[in-house]
Design a protein. Structure first.
Lengths: 241, 214
């Protein structure tokens, strides 16, 4: 097992199955899934946070989902969807659906908890200054919710990136290819190489989110932000799949 | 249904190894997390270091960790010990912080009262602070055990037998029955372990029920 040899072999860096191409595929699937989840999770989270309805349903759904094994869910959806659609979509669609299913709850939770935990005094002050409801939402509640929203999106992203690895099992491209192809050919260097790349990708993303949270969140919120993020971390401990 | 009855022995075998692969790391993780969490609770710097390390560790996807660990430990890739170590690390990463937060949640008055009653440091920790922190630790443990049940199934991609093996079999044979059997058994295990911790939590904190009913 020569892991360094695998990384330095130029053949592994070129072509459609090379490292850059697989990183690209991995990020492509992840980006599609993340954008879809954001499009579903954020508006729904705002609605729930704003009306205060449906929290119990969301919390129950998120808990039930944690107990469901991702791999089982992936194969199950594949078996359900495969007779209905044709072509490459057979593999892509179940994967994206599973990724979205896993990513929506943390985004949703981060959004509605964030909006609800916006300082009532700040909301009251905005109302006193004559802000309309939508102005309060856009200029006060959403910026206040930002730390928790980012923390939710971070959990969702890490969940997506690690689950996208398993998508290789259905035959999809991405970094999981190295792990599963290496397993099939008993090529341990390739497996370890793929595993290291996945781990690095996850760590880089985690760090970028920490950096993003630091520049995007209003300085006035930072002290309370660190407290509330730890709250979400205990209620929605994300990744690890 | 025929499939289940003709494969009953194998299903039971897979369930038993799944239970072991879930419970052993959860328990070891908890045992290591208690002193580490206490240390993080006592020293502020330790807390920052531990929270940073554990959240970074938690981001490493399990399938990757299952493969990287043999390189570090020198074990064989198919050795279930890799799964046990990986899940112990995840459990530890989650619980260290929970234990530290749980100990910090003990009301200052309670600690002061224990001190005034003449409890020594370690007595106060074991007899007062730890029991008061049990509900917080139990909540973290529930999350840990339920996620562990689900993470163990990933080991099927490497060929380590447990309930996840039913998923790969279902995929290879394009059969619903083994697949659904595996998913249902996983959920049942998660619910049982979750209930077990809720029950233990009630057993260990009898004073909480009394205050609720009175």
């Amino acid at each position: 097992m020569n892991i360094i040899g695998w990384f330095t072999d130029p053949a592994n860096w070129a072509g459609s199955g090379g490292i850059p191409a697989q990183v690209g595929y991995h990020l492509l699937y992840s980006a599609i899934a993340l954008l879809t989840s954001l499009a579903i999770g954020v508006p729904l989270g705002i609605l729930i946070g704003y009306t205060g309805r449906g929290e119990a349903v969301v919390a129950g759904f998120a808990n039930a989902l944690r107990a469901l094994p991702t791999l089982g869910l992936l194969v199950l959806l594949f078996l359900v969807i495969s007779p209905v659609v044709a072509g490459q979509l057979v593999f892509v669609l179940p994967t994206i659906v599973v990724l979205v299913l896993l990513a929506v709850p943390p985004i949703l939770t981060g959004t509605y908890v964030g909006i609800q935990s916006a300082d009532p005094d700040a909301v009251g002050a905005a109302r006193g200054m004559g802000f309309t409801k939508s102005q309060i939402l856009l200029r006060v509640q959403l910026p206040c919710a930002l730390p928790l929203m980012i923390s939710g999106v971070r959990s969702a992203t890490l969940q997506i990136v690690s689950t996208a690895t398993i998508a290789a099992y259905l035959g999809l491209q991405g970094l999981g290819r190295f792990i599963l192809d290496g397993r099939a050919q008993a090529d341990f260097a390739e497996m370890a190489g793929g595993a290291i790349l996945v781990a690095l990708l996850a760590i880089v993303l985690e760090m970028s989110f920490a950096w993003l949270a630091r520049i995007v969140v209003s300085p006035g919120l930072r002290r309370t932000a660190s407290k509330s993020t730890s709250l979400v971390a205990t209620t929605v401990p994300a990744a690890a799949t | 249904m025929n499939w289940i009855s003709s494969n009953l022995d194998r299903i039971i075998e897979l369930t038993i190894s799944h239970v072991w692969l879930t419970l052993v790391p959860t328990v070891i993780g908890l045992i290591i997390a208690l002193p580490l969490g206490w240390w993080a609770h006592r020293w502020g710097r330790g807390y920052a270091a531990i929270v940073g390390t554990s959240s970074l560790l938690y981001t490493i996807p399990s399938l990757a960790l299952f493969i990287i660990l043999p390189v570090i430990l020198g074990t064989k890739i198919l050795d279930p010990i890799n799964i046990v170590v990986a899940l112990t690390l995840y459990t530890l990463a989650l619980l260290v912080r929970v234990v530290a937060d749980g100990l910090s949640s003990v009301p200052h008055d309670t600690v002061a009262a224990a001190e005034a009653m003449g409890y020594r440091n370690w007595q106060r920790l074991v007899l007062v602070e730890l029991p008061v922190a049990v509900p917080v630790i139990a909540a973290g443990l529930r999350v840990a055990v339920v996620s562990n049940v689900s993470i163990v199934t990933m080991a099927a991609l490497l060929g380590i037998p447990q309930l996840g093996s039913l998923f790969t079999q279902g995929f290879q044979l394009r059969l619903y029955v083994p697949l659904v059997t595996g998913v249902v058994l996983c959920v049942v295990l998660a619910v049982i372990f979750d209930g077990l911790i809720i029950w233990l939590n009630k057993l260990l904190t009898p004073w909480r029920q009394r205050t609720v009913t009175s």
